[in-house]
Design a protein around this ligand. Sequence first.
Ligand code: UDH
Ligand code: NGS
Length: 344
Amino acid sequence: MEPRANFSLLHKACAVLVALCTLHISVTLLFYLRDTGNENEHARPWPGNGTLRSISNGTSTSTMTSTAVPTTKALEKCPETSPLLVGPINVDFSQPVNLSEMRQDPRVSEGGRYKPRECVSLQKVALIIPFRHRDEHLKYWLYYLHPVLQRQQLDYGVYVIEQDGEDTFNRAKLLNVGYAEALKEYNYDCFVFSDVDLIPLDDRNTYRCFDQPRHLAVSMDKFGFRLPYNQYFGGVSAMSKEQYLKINGFPNDYWGWGGEDDDIYNRLTFRGMSVSRPDGVIGRCKMIRHSRDKKNEPNPQRFDRIAHTRQTMDSDGINSLTYRVVRTEKDKLFTKITVDIGKP
Ligand code: UDH
Ligand code: NGS
């Protein structure tokens, strides 16, 4: 054979070898890349299983994707009766309380918002406190109530509704404002209306809503741990959104002390509802003793007003509420909304 023909054959053989090598490298690379992709695939959680509910207490319901093992379960509903309850509570107003430890609690988020990490609460509860010049009482309320509400496994927020200015106090109108403002923030389905100076003595008195409007302050120390009268609906009460709307909320026209709670009682009976209550032991509570507030003298018109609830309730209530928010402050343990509600 000629040397030129030999060279041509060698050249062809080399070209085939290079082509084979390139093919080999390409195939190896292809398999390598596909395997890397599959590793990511395996790390992805199973659909609907590895998605954790966000534990943040904000209004958003954001979710985060877990890279954990696919056995992560979605949170279950909390039980009807919380296993964390302890029963009777020691309440002492003779010493000042310190809230600093409570303020460090990472489970409570700005504005006094909390939800359990261990389960999904059965109700979203807004706690509404009518307020003016009662800072000392508010400290006790926060100190005793936050742990109770947490043990009750509630998804809750605390709203202190402060009346701006020094005109005559109007408790029921402030409660209406609390209802409206809390709903702007979160989809609450239950509203607990609590005086700032009332502390439960037993955590089995759950601050949530029931089939009928609930009266919670049924056994107060100042009344010898009894109801002062059967129709009494003052101090602390709870209503679902539905129950509250059924009675057109609360009256806006009770300026000064007394009668507004009786008007609310009238409203709920006129709408065919009854009052639900805990028993007299579980319902025990303690009031912080104080003198009468300025600008909250007994309202001389209260007897006349409660005699006309049936006529006034459809036009005076949440459907006629007007007010102006002056200021909103987010404390770690509560949201304070200062409002101008006008005057008599
Ligand atoms: N409230 C304030 N500031 C006021 C008035 C009332 O924050 O100036 C709020 C507070 O949440 C209070 C609730 O409204 O718990 C009800 O107030 P209230 O004055 O109707 O009821 P309370 O039972 O006092 O606290 C009644 C008069 C007590 C006189 C006692 C005389 N020894
Ligand atoms: C009634 C009042 C209620 C009040 C209740 C208890 O007489 O608003 O006493 O008051 N009704 C009228 O005045 C019409 S307390 O002893 O807690 O100050 O809630």
